[in-house]
Unconditional design. Structure first.
Length: 81
């Protein structure tokens, strides 16, 4: 059931590691991500897929903002075109 959840809901095709430590890290990361997603879903009264899509977009925007700040406010240093 756990691996089915990983593959279907979180779009993971394979495990990152095959040793015990790596699998434990993957389990903990999945549980944390799932709990954060459910909290976001409840807080915003959204469906599961909508919450998953919106949290991904918001995280992408936040990461972009942080990268631009670290680049001294110049988006050209972050996004080479």
């Amino acid at each position: 059931v756990f691996f089915r959840f990983l593959k279907q809901e979180l779009n993971l095709s394979h495990l990152v590691s095959l040793n015990k430590n790596g699998i434990e890290v993957m389990v903990y990361m999945t549980m944390i991500a799932s709990m954060l997603l459910l909290i976001y879903k409840k807080a915003n009264a959204l469906g599961y897929k909508t919450a998953k899509r919106r949290i991904a977009m918001e995280l992408r925007d936040m990461i972009t903002e942080i990268l631009i700040i670290f680049a001294g406010g110049d988006p050209g240093k972050v996004f080479k075109t």
